[in-house]
Design a protein around this ligand. Structure first.
Ligand code: ASN
Length: 365
């Protein structure tokens, strides 16, 4: 039987009704007791890192979860992170960058209704997360929710109440889970050979060096190991801004003090106002000239960005100072930009890391 570490962090799954509203109170150990069927498919230990509504998750918590998995990596076959749904997509993306190339699966799940609720989805989500975590062909960071398995960089919360709250954006589902059967999407039906070999070498999986342990010019990305890589640094001076009709271009000047990078959600396939009254070109150029990072993406959930299509985007299509989000989710862009700026020191390095696909986060341009 596979041995799993259940990492509890709070969320609705752990919440109970209080006078102030739903509040996380149940521990991971208590949650597991509600699903006795877990014992039929795995052995497990629980650990409680925090017990918070995911509204209060911060980048330092992502680092804490990644560190917990790193420290326990050799002792378990898989990891389940119990998490609130509201920011689960951000955490799943962040873990995809902080823990790369993992032959052991890391699965996030949670629920729309508390574990103690009469019609809860929590039991099935936890059970199916364990089922997927125990499967020999699972690896890397995934979200299991409402019978869908999504890549950690592609998950998106699209519903506030329904049980099928998550969807995979611009990328196929890894699998569907019907009751206790995993139905994999064709290209995800086999764990890659490099991961199999790594696992066959048993407990002595040589973790690749942390980025901070690599010499200055060689990032962990370039390490010759094909094994799991853990990272410990994020730059959280990154923010997202959605363009809205009438937004004033001088907004960026107000952001320069607190932020190193801006992810701008443009209109449609890539429209940025350029009328005489509202022209963003100068303001954005000023941002770039200060040495700051500018990532352009779309505020439309599906199908991604192409700045070359319209006159209102073309000025940025070939701008060397702009990073293009392509078909990535905003959640993944935020986490990736924090990770990239945590590792890279030159514009060239930033660009190279940003455009390198990680855990299927973007299609190669
Ligand atoms: N369904 C949930 O888990 C929502 C909750 N507010 C959270 O994100 O922690």
């Amino acid at each position: 039987m596979k041995h799993i570490l259940l990492i509890a962090t709070g969320g609705t799954i752990a919440s109970q009704p209080m006078a102030e509203g739903l509040t996380p109170t149940l521990s991971g150990e208590e949650l597991a007791r509600y699903v006795p069927q877990l014992k039929d498919i795995c052995t497990f230990k629980t650990t409680q890192l925090m017990n918070i509504d995911s509204t209060n998750m911060l980048p330092k918590h992502w680092l804490q979860i990644a560190r917990c998995i790193k420290d326990a990596y050799d002792d378990f076959d898989a990891f389940i992170v119990l998490h609130g749904t509201d920011t689960m997509a951000y955490t799943a993306a962040a873990l995809s960058y902080l823990i790369q190339n993992s032959p052991k699966p890391i699965v996030l799940t949670g629920s729309q209704q508390p574990m103690t609720g009469a019609f809860t989805d929590a039991k099935l989500n936890l059970y199916q997360a364990a089922l997927f975590a125990c499967d020999d062909n699972s690896y890397d960071v995934n979200v299991v929710f409402g019978g869908s398995v999504m890549c950690g960089t592609r998950a998106y919360k699209q519903k506030t109440m329904s049980y099928n709250a998550f969807t995979s954006i611009n990328y196929p589902l890894i699998a569907m889970i019907r009751a206790n059967k995993i139905v994999r999407h064709g290209c995800f039906d086999q764990k890659p050979q490099e991961h199999r070999s790594a696992l066959q070498s048993g407990l002595s999986i040589p973790h690749a060096p942390m980025a901070s342990e690599c010499n200055n010019h060689k990032t962990a990305q370039e390490s010759e190991h094909s094994y799991v890589r853990f990272y410990e640094r994020l730059n959280n001076r990154v923010m997202c801004l959605r363009l809205t009709p009438g937004l004033k271009p001088n907004i960026f000047d107000a952001l320069t003090k607190d932020y190193d990078a801006l992810i701008l959600e443009t209109f449609g396939i890539g429209g940025i106002p350029n009328s005489a009254q509202h022209n963003f070109a100068c303001a954005l150029q000023r941002w770039i000239q200060q040495g700051k990072t500018l990532v352009l993406t779309t505020q439309v959930a599906e199908e991604g960005l192409d700045l070359g299509v319209y006159e209102v985007g073309q000025a940025f299509a070939h701008n060397e100072g702009v990073l293009r989000g392509a078909d990535m989710t905003t959640e993944a862009l935020l986490a990736k930009t924090m990770w990239v700026l945590g590792q890279a020191h030159t514009q060239g390095e930033i660009k190279r890391l940003f455009y390198t696909p990680i855990n299927h986060d973007r299609v190669q341009e």
